[in-house]
Design a protein around this ligand. Structure first.
Ligand code: O2Y
Ligand code: MN
Length: 602
């Protein structure tokens, strides 16, 4: 059926882009189930998608991408602010005029033989005053169906936009025009790596993506709009666009609080968002697993929405042990990308929790047998795209347009040494300091660095901040000045990954992390036992509920230990990290660092 609009500026932009890209036709998406089903059928008929077993995976399809197009491409991602200084030292920068000329040359005729799809979408519940509207133009049906799941699409969005509403223009092409009569023939269309561009024009609040059909490069509502462009809008408008999960936690008395959390990749963010508590009487519910937009309410508290409508989760490692709620979320109506296919048309991946059922077809389309191939059957960044409302733990209020009031913010990383299981910031500014030093220890092999090196990923936003990271830190400081300590969320740093000197994990993780969430809940209620330390408030040795848990008092001591020598080394690496941002590190953070040094040396 399609959608219609009276928005003249939007119509004009679509026409301009169509004149440049020269598609065979233009289709305005209406977001209906019929539309989704029609595109899924087209994709199956064309050989790009495989329909999975209707009995075991109803409504599910599998895609295999090109080997050059399997993940976000950070070295091809640009923040094309007017000046390099505005983009900062951690973003790739290009002069916007030069970048546009380069990309216009690529866009010229790039949609020949294809349809240009116009996808009006809302990030956040439609009509929420925290939500934002985007319009993505794309020549990829794969993008259309993924956007259907990950965002709210269609006429209802155009109705809210009206004749003059504001939207973020999101231009996308896979960069593979078709000659007359040519077809994709089941081959994932994309451009070679050196022609891929994921470009952001922050002053214009515009996104131009070319050459990739995969994930964050192509589903432009997610990392491009909801983080890189939204972080700029949030800075200008006085709110926060963050790379954070949101969960609700309810205690046995039925009291509920909301927690947001930012971790670098590979720290189990989706697992924490969907955690099943092991402590009796406690409940955790999911609001979102990746992005939080937080605005002040009239009461001075920060209210968060999940701007997304689905999960774009990593499949490898997801199992009934690590994340049963994710496994249930993907039982039906799910788009799988780059996982392996079983003989009876189900999916399989490394870490799914059971052996491969016989011979498989791997993500490259080759026969694969467990123990016989040296390569994984699923790509390590293989994904599932699933509607959030299929998660058994989804909170009933997850789409509340007003958002949920955040009581606590967690930062964390993979830190085998130095950082305790949990500690609490003593003030908002101290919490911002903790966010600014987030990082994970990297294995020497992975990065060709000294063992124990910490790769800093402040606020888990390094690849996602659309402006100078030093100014981003300053924005967080300013947010803290807009309210009072009793109303602002309390800030914590967690580390599930501490090990003994012999390399044994000290903390079991997964559902047992609910014991740490319990302490966070108690602290946010003004309760919970804590002691002051050089690095902040630490739980007393008996404060974390370990009933029924195989963690000895000795282990708990080790988990909460502050080793002065390790922390003095940490300070040196924090100084190196801060030096990258020069004089843009806010005075408040330098003061926090100096105060930490003084407390350690006391
Ligand atoms: O590789 C991609 O394109 C996806 S990256 C991604 C997807 C979902 C949630 N988070 C991320 C991330 O890189 O943080
Ligand atoms: Mn993410």
């Amino acid at each position: 059926m399609g959608s219609t609009t009276t928005h003249a500026k939007l119509q004009q932009w679509v026409k301009e882009m169509a004149d440049l890209c020269q598609p065979d036709s233009i289709y305005w998406c209406d977001g209906s189930k019929a539309e989704y089903d029609k595109f899924v059928k087209t994709l199956i008929d064309s050989g790009l998608a495989i329909k999975l077993n209707e009995k075991t995976r109803p409504g599910c399809v599998l895609f295999k991408s090109d080997a050059s197009d399997v993940a976000r491409v950070e070295n091809r991602t640009y923040i094309a602010a007017k000046t390099q200084d505005a983009a900062g030292p951690t973003n790739n920068w290009m002069d916007p005029a030069i970048l546009k000329e380069e990309m216009k040359a690529l866009y010229k005729g790039c949609m020949k033989g294809r349809t240009m799809y116009v996808i009006p979408f809302s990030m956040g519940p439609i009509g929420s005053n925290i939500a934002k509207i985007g319009v993505e133009l794309t020549d990829s049906e794969y993008v259309v169906i993924n956007m259907h799941v990950m965002t709210r699409v269609g006429q209802k969005v155009l109705d809210v936009l009206g004749a003059n509403g504001e939207y973020v223009p999101c231009m996308h092409s896979v960069g593979k025009p078709l000659a007359a009569g040519e077809k994709d023939n089941g081959k994932w269309p994309c451009a070679p790596i050196e022609k891929k561009y994921i470009s952001h024009f922050p002053e214009e609040r515009t996104i131009w993506s070319y050459g990739s059909g995969y994930g964050g490069n192509a589903l432009l509502g997610k990392k491009c709009l909801a983080l890189r462009i939204a972080s700029v809008i949030a800075r200008d408008e006085g709110w926060l666009a963050e790379h954070m999960l949101i969960l609700g936690i309810t205690n046995p008395k039925g009291e509920k609080k909301y927690v947001a959390a930012a971790f670098p990749s590979a720290c189990g963010k989706t697992n924490l968002a969907m955690l099943i508590p092991t402590i009796p009487g406690w409940k955790v519910e999911t609001i979102g697993d990746d992005i939080a937009w937080m605005k002040f309410g009239a009461d001075g508290r920060l209210y968060a929405i999940n701007p997304e409508a689905g999960f774009f989760g990593v499949a490898p490692g997801t199992s009934m042990d690590s994340n049963p709620n994710a496994m249930h979320s993907i039982e039906k109506n799910t788009i799988f990308t780059n996982v392996a296919l079983t003989a009876d048309k189900d999916v399989w991946w490394e870490g799914i929790g059971y052996n491969a059922p016989g011979k498989l077809i791997d993500w490259n389309g080759n026969e694969w047998e467990e123990g016989k191939s040296d390569k994984p059957a699923a790509h390590p960044n293989a994904r599932f795209t699933a509607p959030a409302n299929q998660c058994p733990a989804i909170a009933p209020e997850w789409e509340n347009p007003a958002g949920v009031p955040i009581s606590a913010i967690l930062f964390g990383g993979r830190r085998p040494s130095t950082v305790p299981l949990v500690h609490q910031a003593t003030s908002w500014n101290h919490g911002v300091f903790l966010g600014s030093i987030v990082g994970s220890e990297v294995t020497a092999a992975a990065l060709d660095v000294k063992a124990g090196t910490v790769r800093r990923d402040p606020f888990a936003m390094l690849p996602f901040c659309g402006y100078h990271m030093g100014d981003y830190f300053a924005h967080w400081i300013k947010i803290g000045q807009k309210s009072t300590a009793d109303k602002l969320p309390k800030i914590f740093f967690v580390n599930w990954f501490r090990k003994t000197k012999e390399g044994k994990w000290l903390w079991p993780g997964y559902g047992e992390n609910s014991r740490v969430l319990k302490w966070v809940f108690e602290r946010a209620s003004g309760e919970g036992k804590a002691q002051e330390s050089a690095i902040g408030y630490l739980p007393t040795e008996d404060a974390i509920d370990t009933a029924g848990l195989n963690v000895s008092a000795e282990d708990m001591k080790e988990l909460l230990k502050i080793n002065k020598a390790e922390w003095l080394t940490e300070i040196e690496t924090i100084k190196e990290h801060y030096a990258k941002f020069g004089n843009r590190i806010p005075k408040e953070l330098n003061d926090e660092l100096a105060a930490l040094v003084a407390r350690l040396n006391k």
